[in-house]
Write a protein that binds this ligand. Structure first.
Ligand SMILES: *Cc1c(COP(=O)(O)O)cnc(C)c1O
Length: 428
């Protein structure tokens, strides 16, 4: 697929040529565990990674491979590995880079589940996560030690409204000799392509906007193919002898596809978080309309943010698309087509009012997800962040007055009317 095609063309055609075996125009769901070898020599070559092909669906599958090709094309990357969830993608992104004692420097503004994963579960692998305020780029520089193996940020940060200076952080990563990993879930490649700003790896929860319908879990790691893994002898899994493949050196053998080959041949093989072909198929279907949906998601969110900012029951709105936002300039630079559709706002009256809003919405669904075609709302202090102490809730942007919205693609007047009636009832 020519990468000079436009975004909408690639999001429909990349990875999905007619099926060579049957001519089927739609992508087939290859619901198979294994693949017949031509003969013993073919099997041996496949197992030695001397020829490319399918062995077993924990490693590769034609339907998930189609999704990998499409995501690599849309992000402007060299290769891609899809996984069972966004969280699995984060572990898989760090797996070839880290070893016991090594550190990842991450921005504090991350999806709550990612902070949890890094803080509480990574130490069980012997990995350490250092969190820094990503708004000050120098914080990344200060946190670097000889054990640092990656930086991790979100482009447009969950719970929304915050944008990172990707290019500046990528420059610090470059001078530290480590890759920058960017979680691009909330922005999607339609709004922002982090590789163009110097990111080495882009991770996704495809569960969200990419599949777009709130039906299917999935994750992805897109590799830029631009990082020299032999640099500084920091990444022996990628640029040293791999014992599992007779001492094969992935960097020497596969060049700019080293990370992606390693992710399949070692990561998926040994950790096992493979994406189901059916989920990949649903995600491919969703991605055909990604551009159309994102356009509407962003337009609806901009209208609703402006409406809320003027509402008497609302204390503040944190949406990077609003001129009042301190992230407005960064949003204009990194995501000029729109500031996404996930953001927070605060109600006057605190916790009690916040709970009443979620109890009174009719069209919005009260649940813990985002990036659905349907509009969603959650009151973090009474749900996702209820285990945190009061000050920790505030630090995480989840204070008692905070509501998070994920604006869907419904008729915007209906969404405004629903929020208006719920806010009016809650404030009464
Ligand atoms: C949801 C989400 C994740 C985790 O993805 P899952 O598919 O739920 O595992 C990671 N990062 C961000 C920004 C998310 O919104």
């Amino acid at each position: 697929m020519t990468s000079s095609y436009g975004f909408e063309t690639l999001s429909i055609h990349a990875g999905a040529a007619p099926d060579p075996a049957t001519g089927a125009r739609a992508l087939p769901i290859y619901q198979t565990t294994a693949y017949v070898f031509d003969d013993a020599d073919h099997a041996a070559a496949l197992f030695n990674l001397q020829t490319v092909g399918f062995i077993y669906s924990r490693l590769t599958n034609p339907t998930t491979a189609a999704l990998e090709a499409r995501l690599a094309a849309l992000e402007g990357g060299r290769g891609c590995t899809v996984t069972s969830s966004g969280h699995a993608a984060q572990v898989m992104a760090l797996f070839p880079l880290m070893s016991p004692g090594m550190e990842v420097v991450a921005a504090t503004r991350l999806y709550g589940g990612s902070i949890q994963q890094m803080k509480n579960t990574y130490p069980k692998f012997g990995w350490a996560a250092k969190f820094v305020d990503g708004n000050q780029v120098e914080n990344f520089k200060r946190a670097v030690t000889d054990k640092t193996r990656a930086f991790f940020i979100e482009s447009l940060c969950n719970p929304g409204g915050v944008v990172m200076d990707i290019e500046a952080i990528a420059r610090v990563a470059e001078s530290a000799g480590v890759p920058l990993i960017v979680d691009n879930t909330l922005a999607t490649p339609w709004l922002c392509k982090p590789i163009g700003y110097g990111a080495t790896l882009v991770v996704h929860s495809t569960t969200k906007f990419l599949s777009g319908t709130g039906t299917s879990m999935g994750g992805a790691i897109v590799d830029s193919g631009k990082f020299d893994w032999s640099r500084g002898a920091k990444f022996p899994s990628l640029a040293g002898p791999e014992p599992a493949y007779h001492g094969l050196n992935f960097n020497e053998t596969f060049g700019d596809m080293a990370f992606t080959f390693h992710s399949h041949a070692v990561g998926l093989r040994d950790l096992g978080p493979s994406q189901a072909p059916f989920n990949a198929w649903i995600t491919m279907l969703g991605m055909e309309t990604l551009g159309l949906r994102m356009e509407r998601h962003c337009a609806n969110a901009a209208r609703i943010a402006a409406f809320l900012e003027k509402h008497p029951a609302v204390a503040w709105v944190n949406y990077a698309g609003l001129p009042s936002s301190k992230y407005h300039a960064l949003a204009k630079r990194y995501m000029p087509k729109g500031a996404g559709s996930v953001f927070t706002f605060g109600v006057r009256g605190g916790y009690e009012t916040g709970v009443k809003v979620v109890d009174n919405v009719e069209l919005f669904s009260h649940l813990a997800n985002l990036g659905d075609a349907k509009s969603l709302i959650i009151h973090p202090a009474s749900t996702t962040h209820r285990q945190l102490a009061d000050d920790a809730q505030v630090a995480a942007g989840a204070g008692p007055d905070v509501l998070r919205l994920s604006i869907g693609i419904e008729t915007v007047e209906d969404l405004i009317a629903d929020l208006d009636q719920a806010l009016t009832k809650a404030a009464a």
